[in-house]
Design a protein around this ligand. Structure first.
Ligand code: BJW
Ligand code: ZN
Length: 283
């Protein structure tokens, strides 16, 4: 059975050289962003799991763009929470030293597309005037990145426009099942300024290759501690990264509101809101 002993965890942490953090939607729950599979996860009458697929996109680009427009509007006012901030401290060597004096490499691989992990680190770095080390990798992309769908076009940019195109403006407020879904014509959806083809959100749908996956797998292979934070661990390959750390003789600590997939295999399990537990254990 996994332990929830903080002192034992701190012993492991203080001897760890390379830490891998794998996070999911639960990390941003305290920032007011609905988790993917939680009760607030449904959008209109649709299951987000169905909308986060290439086939949903091929079937109805207007609906998928409305879904992502809605998500952009949900995330836009959100602020990093205590959980993001505690994890960000692990990237500032002088702040990390107190809890992890032997750590030389920290990597945070997040499945979240809300940008809040990076935002927390940027804010901490500017406020403290200290340079971070390590890296944060958004393996499922970012809500505010767009990419051209044409195979022979390399257009890919950050786009924080609000709304991203006039026709999507206001569609985020249609919520009830009784409401008629707005139809945004293809011609009015975001298009590539280079080749005029349709743009799509630069996020990773089921069946697509996660961003920087080879690099992530290599990092997992050499990490000696893996913190699995606020994820249901149902989606591969994120759900398997801790196994690589274990195969290397490393330890695994799960932070979640509930017992989840694989948490019985963990060395440590800290049940409760991660924004509270991370602070208690790492802060
Ligand atoms: C709290 C909390 C608090 C709440 N504190 N905790 C069969 C058919 C087809 C495909 C497959 C198949 N079998 C396997 C696959 C592969 C597939 C997969 O895994 N499918 C399974 C579902 C079966 N995976 C893929 O297709 C991936 N690609 C791939 O495998 O490529 C091949 C490859 C691999 C390796 C090398 C090279 C090639 C791609 C997966 C893309 C997932 N995309 C999405 C959408 C992104 C855009 C968007 O957001 O719309 O990513 S799906 C969705 O799930 C989203 C999330 O990032 C991801 C994970 O969800 P997450 O974060 O775990 O959220 P929840 O809601 O599930 O959980 C929240 C947790 O928080 C809960 O546990 C709560 O208890 C907890 N919590 N509050 C602490 N305060
Ligand atoms: Zn293009």
């Amino acid at each position: 059975m996994p332990s929830s002993n903080v002192e034992d965890f701190c012993d492991v942490l203080s001897s760890s050289k390379s830490i891998l953090i794998v996070s999911g939607a639960g990390l941003s729950a305290a920032s007011g962003i609905a988790t993917f599979r939680g009760t607030g996860g449904r959008w209109r009458k649709y299951d987000p799991k169905i909308l986060a697929t290439l086939s949903a996109w091929q079937e109805n680009q207007s609906r998928v763009w409305q879904f992502f427009h809605y998500r952009r509007e949900e995330v836009r006012p959100a602020q990093p929470n205590k959980g993001h901030r505690v994890l960000a401290q692990m990237f500032i060597p002088s702040l990390r030293k107190a809890v992890a004096p032997n750590t030389t490499t920290v990597t945070h691989v997040t499945q979240n597309i809300d940008g809040l992990c990076l935002e927390a680190l940027n804010r901490l770095s500017s406020a403290s005037g200290k340079e971070p080390d390590g890296q944060i990798i958004e393996m499922h992309g970012n809500l505010f990145d767009v990419v051209c769908t044409a195979h022979d076009c390399d257009y890919r940019v950050k786009n924080t426009d609000n709304p991203i195109c006039p026709a999507l403006g206001g569609t985020e407020v249609i919520v009830g099942e009784g409401n008629v879904e707005p139809v945004v014509k293809r011609v009015d959806l975001p298009h590539c300024p280079k080749c005029q083809q349709l743009l799509r959100p630069d996020v990773v749908w089921f069946g697509e290759r996660p961003k920087r996956i080879q690099e992530i797998l290599q990092i997992a292979d050499s990490a000696d501690l893996c913190l699995v934070v606020g994820t249901s661990s149902l989606v591969q390959p994120a759900s398997k990264l801790h196994e690589r750390v274990r195969a290397n003789g490393g330890k695994v600590a799960v932070f979640n509101m509930e017992v989840v997939n694989h948490s019985d295999e963990a060395d440590f399990l800290f049940l409760g809101p991660c924004e509270v537990e991370l602070q208690r254990v790492l802060g």
